[in-house]
Ligand binder design. Sequence first.
Ligand SMILES: Nc1ncnc2c1ncn2[C@@H]1O[C@H](COP(=O)(O)OP(=O)(O)OP(=O)(O)O)[C@@H](O)[C@H]1O
Length: 248
Amino acid sequence: MDAILSVSQLTGGYSVGRPVLHNIDFQVKPGEMVGLIGLNGAGKSTTIKHILGLLQAHKGSIRVNGKQLSEDPQQYRSALAYVPESPLMYDELTVREHLELTAMAYGLSKEAYESRRTKLVREFQMEEKLNGFSQHLSKGMRQKMMIMNAFMVEPALYIIDEPFLGLDPLGIRSLLDLMVSMKEEGAAILMSSHILATIEKYCDSYVVLHKGRMAATGTLEQITEQAGCPGQPLEDAFYALVKDGPTA
Ligand SMILES: Nc1ncnc2c1ncn2[C@@H]1O[C@H](COP(=O)(O)OP(=O)(O)OP(=O)(O)O)[C@@H](O)[C@H]1O
């Protein structure tokens, strides 16, 4: 099956003379959830910024549904939704207005918007906050608002950056349930997280970044083999792969 996201031999970063990422190469297919893992500074957020088109590749390419951003920006952008690590929002808008804005930006019909909003607001127990200003939300509620915005779109590709921080256990469960159901409907999900015990239960495969390079990639079985600890948990394989310390 053709990949929804295809990152090919990506070298990139913040300035051309000093690449942060080197030859990153992986795919996310329909119905697949891929975990992007690595120590602080390994290059996870930088990889995500390249996928979102916020940074230019120095070498290599990124394709969404077979097209690079420059070939068809509209199609590229509308195929993906992003849940940021820290909430990006307009303080003076309500939760409802944020959701409306997203629905407009992605051209959702009124019916789709209303039925998805009702489901999401219920799932994340945000009924009472729907008409409240986003600046009055708690940290976890802000995160829930970002998640609701992304899931409202029901895109082909979800890019989710460390989503669990700040969420209560019910919120984490709701998010995981939603990811599973979108995946079952054929969505591709790329999620970065440090919570290895959780993602081990949900991801189909992993990309392990270390110092801006790929230390390993594949299913849990393949990763543990590459790390020299077959049959062990993801955390043990991860430790074996990155034990020479964080980014130099
Ligand atoms: N705006 C920036 N300008 C220059 N270098 C940056 C910038 N942001 C990050 N870096 C560098 O890029 C490298 C990779 O950082 P990145 O943010 O991608 O790591 P990460 O894997 O997401 O880490 P964390 O787990 O801490 O979020 C680090 O060496 C970091 O110092």
